[in-house]
Design a protein around this ligand. Structure first.
Ligand SMILES: *Cc1c(COP(=O)(O)O)cnc(C)c1O
Length: 450
Protein backbone atom coordinates (compact mmCIF):
# COMPACT_ATOMS: atom_id res chain seq x y z
CA UNK A 1 0.00 0.00 0.00
CA UNK A 2 1.18 3.48 -0.77
CA UNK A 3 1.16 6.28 1.75
CA UNK A 4 -1.86 7.71 -0.06
CA UNK A 5 -3.84 4.49 0.40
CA UNK A 6 -3.23 4.23 4.14
CA UNK A 7 -4.31 7.79 4.65
CA UNK A 8 -7.41 7.41 2.49
CA UNK A 9 -8.63 4.48 4.59
CA UNK A 10 -8.54 6.71 7.66
CA UNK A 11 -10.30 9.51 5.81
CA UNK A 12 -13.10 7.34 4.49
CA UNK A 13 -13.68 5.92 7.97
CA UNK A 14 -14.70 9.26 9.47
CA UNK A 15 -14.96 12.22 7.05
CA UNK A 16 -18.08 13.13 5.07
CA UNK A 17 -16.89 15.18 2.10
CA UNK A 18 -18.78 18.19 0.73
CA UNK A 19 -20.79 18.02 -2.48
CA UNK A 20 -19.93 14.33 -2.89
CA UNK A 21 -21.72 11.01 -3.30
CA UNK A 22 -19.41 9.20 -0.89
CA UNK A 23 -19.95 5.90 -2.70
CA UNK A 24 -18.08 7.36 -5.69
CA UNK A 25 -14.99 7.19 -3.50
CA UNK A 26 -15.05 3.38 -3.67
CA UNK A 27 -13.78 3.74 -7.23
CA UNK A 28 -12.12 7.17 -7.01
CA UNK A 29 -10.82 7.96 -3.55
CA UNK A 30 -10.11 11.51 -2.39
CA UNK A 31 -6.58 12.77 -2.92
CA UNK A 32 -4.66 13.59 0.25
CA UNK A 33 -2.62 16.76 -0.18
CA UNK A 34 0.42 17.15 2.07
CA UNK A 35 1.64 20.51 0.84
CA UNK A 36 1.07 23.13 -1.80
CA UNK A 37 3.06 25.95 -3.29
CA UNK A 38 2.10 28.43 -5.99
CA UNK A 39 -0.31 26.72 -8.40
CA UNK A 40 0.91 23.23 -7.40
CA UNK A 41 -0.64 20.74 -4.99
CA UNK A 42 1.37 17.69 -3.90
CA UNK A 43 -0.14 14.46 -2.56
CA UNK A 44 1.27 12.01 -0.02
CA UNK A 45 2.81 9.91 -2.79
CA UNK A 46 4.56 12.94 -4.24
CA UNK A 47 2.27 13.38 -7.29
CA UNK A 48 1.72 17.01 -8.29
CA UNK A 49 -1.44 18.66 -9.59
CA UNK A 50 -1.83 22.11 -11.09
CA UNK A 51 -4.74 23.79 -9.29
CA UNK A 52 -6.55 25.10 -12.39
CA UNK A 53 -9.69 25.99 -10.42
CA UNK A 54 -8.02 27.85 -7.54
CA UNK A 55 -9.30 25.30 -4.99
CA UNK A 56 -12.94 26.15 -5.67
CA UNK A 57 -12.25 29.70 -6.84
CA UNK A 58 -10.72 30.99 -3.64
CA UNK A 59 -6.98 31.13 -4.29
CA UNK A 60 -5.62 34.23 -6.03
CA UNK A 61 -1.87 34.41 -5.50
CA UNK A 62 -0.85 30.81 -5.09
CA UNK A 63 -0.67 28.44 -2.18
CA UNK A 64 1.83 29.24 0.57
CA UNK A 65 2.26 32.76 -0.72
CA UNK A 66 5.26 34.21 1.17
CA UNK A 67 3.70 37.68 1.56
CA UNK A 68 0.39 36.43 2.93
CA UNK A 69 2.21 33.91 5.14
CA UNK A 70 4.39 36.64 6.63
CA UNK A 71 1.41 38.91 7.33
CA UNK A 72 -0.46 36.06 9.00
CA UNK A 73 2.52 35.07 11.11
CA UNK A 74 2.80 38.63 12.39
CA UNK A 75 -0.93 38.78 13.12
CA UNK A 76 -0.75 35.46 14.95
CA UNK A 77 1.77 36.93 17.36
CA UNK A 78 -0.57 39.75 18.39
CA UNK A 79 -4.26 38.82 18.14
CA UNK A 80 -5.86 35.63 16.85
CA UNK A 81 -9.48 36.51 17.58
CA UNK A 82 -11.77 38.68 19.60
CA UNK A 83 -15.52 39.19 19.30
CA UNK A 84 -16.53 42.12 17.11
CA UNK A 85 -19.63 43.08 19.13
CA UNK A 86 -18.65 45.82 21.55
CA UNK A 87 -14.98 45.38 20.53
CA UNK A 88 -12.89 46.23 17.53
CA UNK A 89 -9.43 45.63 16.10
CA UNK A 90 -7.12 47.09 13.53
CA UNK A 91 -7.42 44.45 10.77
CA UNK A 92 -11.24 44.75 10.69
CA UNK A 93 -11.13 48.54 10.44
CA UNK A 94 -8.24 48.70 7.96
CA UNK A 95 -9.99 46.18 5.75
CA UNK A 96 -13.37 47.92 5.93
CA UNK A 97 -11.72 51.24 4.97
CA UNK A 98 -9.98 49.64 2.02
CA UNK A 99 -13.06 47.77 0.80
CA UNK A 100 -15.18 50.92 0.97
CA UNK A 101 -12.52 52.71 -1.08
CA UNK A 102 -12.15 49.90 -3.66
CA UNK A 103 -15.77 48.89 -4.27
CA UNK A 104 -18.15 50.99 -6.40
CA UNK A 105 -18.81 54.50 -5.09
CA UNK A 106 -21.69 54.63 -2.60
CA UNK A 107 -21.04 51.41 -0.68
CA UNK A 108 -20.00 52.76 2.69
CA UNK A 109 -20.47 50.03 5.32
CA UNK A 110 -19.01 46.55 5.82
CA UNK A 111 -20.86 43.84 7.71
CA UNK A 112 -18.56 40.86 8.28
CA UNK A 113 -19.46 37.17 8.25
CA UNK A 114 -17.40 34.04 7.73
CA UNK A 115 -18.53 32.43 4.46
CA UNK A 116 -20.26 33.36 1.25
CA UNK A 117 -23.65 31.85 2.07
CA UNK A 118 -23.78 33.82 5.31
CA UNK A 119 -22.97 37.03 3.42
CA UNK A 120 -26.00 36.29 1.23
CA UNK A 121 -28.20 35.60 4.26
CA UNK A 122 -27.13 38.96 5.63
CA UNK A 123 -27.95 40.75 2.38
CA UNK A 124 -31.41 39.15 2.22
CA UNK A 125 -32.20 39.84 5.87
CA UNK A 126 -30.82 43.38 5.67
CA UNK A 127 -32.90 44.20 2.62
CA UNK A 128 -36.09 42.75 4.11
CA UNK A 129 -35.43 44.43 7.45
CA UNK A 130 -34.72 47.78 5.76
CA UNK A 131 -38.21 47.82 4.23
CA UNK A 132 -39.70 46.64 7.50
CA UNK A 133 -38.01 49.52 9.35
CA UNK A 134 -39.60 51.85 6.82
CA UNK A 135 -43.01 50.36 7.57
CA UNK A 136 -43.27 48.44 4.29
CA UNK A 137 -44.36 45.12 5.74
CA UNK A 138 -45.68 43.64 2.51
CA UNK A 139 -42.21 43.35 1.07
CA UNK A 140 -41.19 39.74 1.70
CA UNK A 141 -40.01 38.43 -1.67
CA UNK A 142 -36.85 38.36 -3.74
CA UNK A 143 -36.37 38.19 -7.48
CA UNK A 144 -33.51 36.03 -8.74
CA UNK A 145 -32.35 34.71 -12.09
CA UNK A 146 -32.71 31.26 -13.60
CA UNK A 147 -29.54 29.15 -13.25
CA UNK A 148 -28.26 31.34 -10.42
CA UNK A 149 -26.27 30.14 -7.42
CA UNK A 150 -25.94 31.97 -4.13
CA UNK A 151 -24.85 29.30 -1.65
CA UNK A 152 -26.17 26.37 0.34
CA UNK A 153 -27.77 27.66 3.55
CA UNK A 154 -31.56 27.67 3.32
CA UNK A 155 -32.03 31.36 2.48
CA UNK A 156 -29.18 31.42 0.00
CA UNK A 157 -30.35 28.14 -1.52
CA UNK A 158 -33.85 29.60 -1.88
CA UNK A 159 -32.71 32.41 -4.15
CA UNK A 160 -30.47 30.08 -6.14
CA UNK A 161 -31.82 28.19 -9.11
CA UNK A 162 -29.60 25.18 -9.86
CA UNK A 163 -32.03 22.24 -9.48
CA UNK A 164 -29.27 19.73 -8.63
CA UNK A 165 -28.55 21.51 -5.34
CA UNK A 166 -32.03 22.80 -4.60
CA UNK A 167 -34.86 20.56 -5.71
CA UNK A 168 -34.82 18.09 -2.84
CA UNK A 169 -35.02 20.86 -0.24
CA UNK A 170 -37.89 22.65 -2.01
CA UNK A 171 -40.45 22.25 0.79
CA UNK A 172 -38.12 24.05 3.24
CA UNK A 173 -37.38 27.09 1.13
CA UNK A 174 -38.53 30.66 0.54
CA UNK A 175 -40.26 31.15 -2.78
CA UNK A 176 -38.45 33.70 -4.90
CA UNK A 177 -39.71 35.06 -8.18
CA UNK A 178 -37.50 33.53 -10.87
CA UNK A 179 -36.82 35.51 -14.03
CA UNK A 180 -34.95 34.15 -17.06
CA UNK A 181 -31.24 35.01 -16.96
CA UNK A 182 -29.76 36.94 -19.92
CA UNK A 183 -27.41 33.94 -20.42
CA UNK A 184 -25.85 34.41 -23.83
CA UNK A 185 -25.48 30.67 -24.41
CA UNK A 186 -29.28 30.38 -24.49
CA UNK A 187 -29.66 33.12 -27.09
CA UNK A 188 -31.14 31.65 -30.29
CA UNK A 189 -28.29 31.92 -32.78
CA UNK A 190 -30.51 33.75 -35.26
CA UNK A 191 -31.50 36.43 -32.73
CA UNK A 192 -29.38 39.59 -32.50
CA UNK A 193 -27.70 40.05 -29.09
CA UNK A 194 -29.49 43.42 -28.59
CA UNK A 195 -32.91 41.88 -29.31
CA UNK A 196 -32.23 39.00 -26.97
CA UNK A 197 -31.09 41.32 -24.18
CA UNK A 198 -34.12 43.53 -24.71
CA UNK A 199 -36.42 40.50 -24.41
CA UNK A 200 -34.75 39.47 -21.14
CA UNK A 201 -35.04 43.03 -19.80
CA UNK A 202 -38.74 43.10 -20.65
CA UNK A 203 -39.28 39.89 -18.71
CA UNK A 204 -37.58 41.39 -15.66
CA UNK A 205 -39.57 44.59 -16.11
CA UNK A 206 -42.87 42.74 -16.08
CA UNK A 207 -41.85 40.74 -12.98
CA UNK A 208 -41.00 44.00 -11.22
CA UNK A 209 -44.35 45.44 -12.25
CA UNK A 210 -46.35 42.35 -11.38
CA UNK A 211 -44.83 42.06 -7.90
CA UNK A 212 -44.69 45.78 -7.15
CA UNK A 213 -44.75 46.56 -3.44
CA UNK A 214 -44.00 42.97 -2.37
CA UNK A 215 -40.38 42.64 -3.51
CA UNK A 216 -37.41 43.55 -1.31
CA UNK A 217 -34.60 43.10 -3.82
CA UNK A 218 -33.33 41.60 -7.04
CA UNK A 219 -30.26 39.42 -6.49
CA UNK A 220 -27.80 38.59 -9.27
CA UNK A 221 -24.31 37.25 -9.90
CA UNK A 222 -22.79 40.02 -12.02
CA UNK A 223 -21.60 38.89 -15.50
CA UNK A 224 -20.83 35.21 -14.79
CA UNK A 225 -23.07 32.56 -13.23
CA UNK A 226 -20.17 30.49 -12.02
CA UNK A 227 -21.76 27.47 -10.32
CA UNK A 228 -24.38 27.51 -13.07
CA UNK A 229 -21.72 26.23 -15.49
CA UNK A 230 -19.90 29.53 -16.06
CA UNK A 231 -22.72 31.04 -18.09
CA UNK A 232 -22.00 34.65 -19.04
CA UNK A 233 -23.95 37.76 -19.97
CA UNK A 234 -23.55 41.29 -21.22
CA UNK A 235 -22.76 44.10 -18.75
CA UNK A 236 -25.51 46.15 -20.46
CA UNK A 237 -28.05 43.97 -18.64
CA UNK A 238 -26.67 45.07 -15.28
CA UNK A 239 -26.64 48.72 -16.28
CA UNK A 240 -30.28 48.39 -17.28
CA UNK A 241 -31.16 46.40 -14.14
CA UNK A 242 -29.71 49.09 -11.86
CA UNK A 243 -31.93 51.66 -13.47
CA UNK A 244 -34.97 49.35 -13.37
CA UNK A 245 -34.48 48.60 -9.66
CA UNK A 246 -34.37 52.33 -8.95
CA UNK A 247 -37.52 52.92 -10.98
CA UNK A 248 -39.37 50.18 -9.11
CA UNK A 249 -37.88 51.13 -5.76
CA UNK A 250 -36.30 47.75 -4.92
CA UNK A 251 -32.75 46.92 -3.86
CA UNK A 252 -30.17 45.41 -6.15
CA UNK A 253 -27.96 42.80 -4.47
CA UNK A 254 -24.72 41.96 -6.30
CA UNK A 255 -23.30 38.57 -5.34
CA UNK A 256 -19.64 39.04 -6.27
CA UNK A 257 -18.52 36.14 -4.07
CA UNK A 258 -17.06 34.28 -7.06
CA UNK A 259 -16.49 37.06 -9.59
CA UNK A 260 -14.97 39.69 -7.28
CA UNK A 261 -11.26 40.36 -6.94
CA UNK A 262 -10.29 40.46 -10.57
CA UNK A 263 -11.81 37.27 -11.93
CA UNK A 264 -13.75 38.99 -14.70
CA UNK A 265 -10.93 41.34 -15.70
CA UNK A 266 -11.85 44.25 -13.42
CA UNK A 267 -11.53 44.33 -9.64
CA UNK A 268 -15.32 43.91 -9.36
CA UNK A 269 -17.65 42.79 -12.14
CA UNK A 270 -20.09 45.66 -11.42
CA UNK A 271 -17.43 48.09 -12.66
CA UNK A 272 -17.96 46.85 -16.22
CA UNK A 273 -21.57 47.97 -16.02
CA UNK A 274 -20.70 51.21 -14.24
CA UNK A 275 -23.13 50.49 -11.40
CA UNK A 276 -23.29 50.54 -7.63
CA UNK A 277 -25.54 47.87 -6.12
CA UNK A 278 -27.36 48.58 -2.84
CA UNK A 279 -25.75 45.52 -1.29
CA UNK A 280 -22.65 43.64 -2.39
CA UNK A 281 -21.45 40.26 -1.10
CA UNK A 282 -17.79 39.26 -1.15
CA UNK A 283 -15.95 36.15 0.02
CA UNK A 284 -13.85 33.44 -1.73
CA UNK A 285 -10.88 35.47 -3.08
CA UNK A 286 -11.27 38.04 -0.31
CA UNK A 287 -8.55 36.37 1.81
CA UNK A 288 -6.53 35.18 -1.18
CA UNK A 289 -7.90 31.69 -0.49
CA UNK A 290 -6.44 31.46 3.00
CA UNK A 291 -9.23 31.76 5.53
CA UNK A 292 -13.01 31.83 5.65
CA UNK A 293 -14.18 35.43 5.69
CA UNK A 294 -17.00 37.27 3.98
CA UNK A 295 -18.44 40.74 3.92
CA UNK A 296 -21.73 42.34 2.91
CA UNK A 297 -21.31 45.98 1.92
CA UNK A 298 -24.26 48.36 1.89
CA UNK A 299 -25.10 51.98 1.16
CA UNK A 300 -25.46 54.65 3.78
CA UNK A 301 -29.17 54.81 3.04
CA UNK A 302 -29.63 51.20 4.14
CA UNK A 303 -27.39 51.71 7.18
CA UNK A 304 -29.35 54.78 8.30
CA UNK A 305 -32.66 52.87 8.29
CA UNK A 306 -31.33 50.79 11.20
CA UNK A 307 -29.68 53.64 13.13
CA UNK A 308 -31.93 54.69 16.00
CA UNK A 309 -32.48 54.46 19.75
CA UNK A 310 -32.33 50.88 21.03
CA UNK A 311 -35.96 50.98 22.10
CA UNK A 312 -37.19 51.37 18.53
CA UNK A 313 -35.94 47.78 17.95
CA UNK A 314 -34.58 48.63 14.53
CA UNK A 315 -31.09 47.19 15.04
CA UNK A 316 -29.73 44.43 12.83
CA UNK A 317 -29.23 41.70 15.43
CA UNK A 318 -27.33 39.24 13.29
CA UNK A 319 -23.98 37.71 14.22
CA UNK A 320 -21.61 34.80 13.75
CA UNK A 321 -19.04 33.69 16.32
CA UNK A 322 -16.09 34.38 14.04
CA UNK A 323 -17.43 37.62 12.56
CA UNK A 324 -14.50 39.76 11.37
CA UNK A 325 -11.82 37.31 12.52
CA UNK A 326 -8.50 39.21 12.72
CA UNK A 327 -6.49 36.50 10.92
CA UNK A 328 -8.96 36.45 8.05
CA UNK A 329 -8.94 40.25 7.84
CA UNK A 330 -5.12 40.25 7.90
CA UNK A 331 -4.96 37.73 5.04
CA UNK A 332 -7.39 39.95 3.11
CA UNK A 333 -5.24 43.04 3.72
CA UNK A 334 -2.14 41.21 2.50
CA UNK A 335 -4.10 40.11 -0.58
CA UNK A 336 -5.17 43.69 -1.34
CA UNK A 337 -1.54 44.82 -0.93
CA UNK A 338 -0.49 42.37 -3.64
CA UNK A 339 -3.19 43.70 -5.99
CA UNK A 340 -1.87 47.23 -5.53
CA UNK A 341 1.88 46.57 -5.47
CA UNK A 342 1.95 44.22 -8.46
CA UNK A 343 -0.68 45.96 -10.61
CA UNK A 344 -2.49 42.63 -10.91
CA UNK A 345 -5.54 43.72 -12.90
CA UNK A 346 -3.33 45.04 -15.69
CA UNK A 347 -0.94 42.06 -15.57
CA UNK A 348 -3.83 39.61 -15.79
CA UNK A 349 -4.81 40.95 -19.21
CA UNK A 350 -1.86 39.18 -20.74
CA UNK A 351 -2.69 35.94 -18.92
CA UNK A 352 -6.31 36.17 -20.16
CA UNK A 353 -5.05 36.64 -23.69
CA UNK A 354 -2.83 33.57 -23.44
CA UNK A 355 -5.73 31.54 -22.05
CA UNK A 356 -7.86 32.54 -25.06
CA UNK A 357 -5.06 31.80 -27.50
CA UNK A 358 -4.34 28.37 -26.04
CA UNK A 359 -7.92 27.11 -26.53
CA UNK A 360 -8.52 28.77 -29.91
CA UNK A 361 -7.84 25.46 -31.71
CA UNK A 362 -10.93 23.99 -30.02
CA UNK A 363 -13.34 26.32 -31.83
CA UNK A 364 -13.80 23.76 -34.60
CA UNK A 365 -13.98 20.75 -32.28
CA UNK A 366 -17.07 18.67 -33.15
CA UNK A 367 -18.11 18.43 -29.48
CA UNK A 368 -17.35 21.92 -28.23
CA UNK A 369 -20.57 23.94 -28.43
CA UNK A 370 -19.19 27.15 -26.97
CA UNK A 371 -15.98 28.78 -25.84
CA UNK A 372 -16.67 31.71 -23.55
CA UNK A 373 -14.41 33.91 -21.52
CA UNK A 374 -14.55 36.90 -19.26
CA UNK A 375 -11.21 37.97 -17.91
CA UNK A 376 -9.58 35.13 -16.00
CA UNK A 377 -12.55 32.75 -16.37
CA UNK A 378 -12.68 30.61 -19.49
CA UNK A 379 -15.19 27.82 -20.14
CA UNK A 380 -15.61 25.13 -22.79
CA UNK A 381 -19.07 23.59 -23.16
CA UNK A 382 -19.04 19.97 -24.36
CA UNK A 383 -22.10 19.01 -26.41
CA UNK A 384 -23.37 15.86 -28.13
CA UNK A 385 -24.19 17.82 -31.28
CA UNK A 386 -22.40 21.01 -32.20
CA UNK A 387 -24.96 22.25 -34.73
CA UNK A 388 -27.94 22.45 -32.42
CA UNK A 389 -25.94 22.28 -29.17
CA UNK A 390 -27.73 19.15 -27.94
CA UNK A 391 -26.33 18.40 -24.50
CA UNK A 392 -25.06 14.99 -23.47
CA UNK A 393 -27.26 12.88 -21.19
CA UNK A 394 -26.17 13.84 -17.66
CA UNK A 395 -25.85 10.21 -16.59
CA UNK A 396 -22.97 9.78 -19.01
CA UNK A 397 -20.88 12.06 -16.76
CA UNK A 398 -18.57 13.18 -19.56
CA UNK A 399 -17.12 15.91 -17.38
CA UNK A 400 -16.00 13.23 -14.91
CA UNK A 401 -13.89 11.66 -17.65
CA UNK A 402 -12.12 14.97 -18.20
CA UNK A 403 -11.62 15.26 -14.44
CA UNK A 404 -9.99 11.83 -14.27
CA UNK A 405 -7.82 12.45 -17.32
CA UNK A 406 -6.70 15.68 -15.66
CA UNK A 407 -5.73 13.99 -12.41
CA UNK A 408 -3.81 11.25 -14.24
CA UNK A 409 -1.88 14.03 -15.96
CA UNK A 410 -1.11 16.34 -13.07
CA UNK A 411 -4.01 18.73 -13.53
CA UNK A 412 -6.85 19.59 -11.18
CA UNK A 413 -9.74 20.37 -13.52
CA UNK A 414 -13.17 19.99 -12.04
CA UNK A 415 -15.78 20.36 -14.75
CA UNK A 416 -19.26 21.55 -13.84
CA UNK A 417 -21.35 18.89 -15.55
CA UNK A 418 -20.12 18.95 -19.15
CA UNK A 419 -18.49 22.36 -18.87
CA UNK A 420 -14.71 22.30 -18.58
CA UNK A 421 -13.41 25.59 -17.25
CA UNK A 422 -10.28 27.33 -16.08
CA UNK A 423 -10.16 29.77 -13.17
CA UNK A 424 -6.50 29.58 -12.16
CA UNK A 425 -4.58 31.51 -9.50
CA UNK A 426 -3.07 34.69 -10.95
CA UNK A 427 0.47 33.42 -10.36
CA UNK A 428 0.10 30.87 -13.15
CA UNK A 429 2.77 31.19 -15.87
CA UNK A 430 2.16 31.19 -19.64
CA UNK A 431 3.75 27.72 -19.89
CA UNK A 432 1.52 26.42 -17.14
CA UNK A 433 -1.52 27.86 -18.93
CA UNK A 434 -0.53 26.00 -22.08
CA UNK A 435 0.00 22.75 -20.16
CA UNK A 436 -3.37 23.19 -18.44
CA UNK A 437 -5.29 23.73 -21.67
CA UNK A 438 -3.40 20.93 -23.44
CA UNK A 439 -4.38 18.36 -20.81
CA UNK A 440 -7.97 19.65 -20.84
CA UNK A 441 -8.07 19.44 -24.61
CA UNK A 442 -6.84 15.80 -24.57
CA UNK A 443 -9.38 15.04 -21.83
CA UNK A 444 -12.16 16.50 -23.98
CA UNK A 445 -11.10 14.33 -26.92
CA UNK A 446 -11.20 11.24 -24.72
CA UNK A 447 -14.50 12.19 -23.08
CA UNK A 448 -16.28 12.84 -26.40
CA UNK A 449 -14.84 10.15 -28.65
CA UNK A 450 -17.79 7.70 -28.42
C1 LIG B 1 -19.43 30.04 -3.58
C2 LIG B 1 -20.54 30.98 -3.79
C3 LIG B 1 -21.43 31.32 -2.76
C4 LIG B 1 -21.39 30.65 -1.40
O1 LIG B 1 -20.20 30.85 -0.72
P1 LIG B 1 -19.76 29.78 0.40
O2 LIG B 1 -18.56 30.38 1.03
O3 LIG B 1 -19.44 28.51 -0.35
O4 LIG B 1 -20.90 29.61 1.32
C5 LIG B 1 -22.39 32.26 -3.03
N1 LIG B 1 -22.49 32.86 -4.22
C6 LIG B 1 -21.66 32.58 -5.23
C7 LIG B 1 -21.79 33.31 -6.53
C8 LIG B 1 -20.66 31.62 -5.07
O5 LIG B 1 -19.87 31.28 -6.09
Amino acid sequence: MTTNDEFIARDLACVWHPCTQMKDHEAYPPIPIRRAEGVWLEDLDGNRYLDAISSWWVNLFGHANPRINAALNRQLETLEHVLLAGFSHEPAVDLAEQLVALTPEGLTRCFYTDNGSSAIEVALKMSYHYWRNLGEEKRTRFISLSNSYHGETLGALSVGNVPLYKEIYGPLLLEPVTVAAPDDYLRPRDEAPEDYLKRRCEEMESALEHHAGTVCAVIVEPLVQCAGSMRMYDPAYLTWLREACDRHNVHLIADEIAVGFGRTGTMFACEQAGITPDLMCLSKGLTGGYLPLAVTLCTDRIYQAFYDDYGTLKAFLHSHSYTGNPLGCRAALATLDIFAEDDIIVRNRELSRIMAESVAHLAGHPHIGDIRQRGMILALEMVANKTDRTPYAWRERRGQRVYRHGLANGMLLRPLGDVVYFMPPYVITPDEIRAMTRVASEGIDIATKD
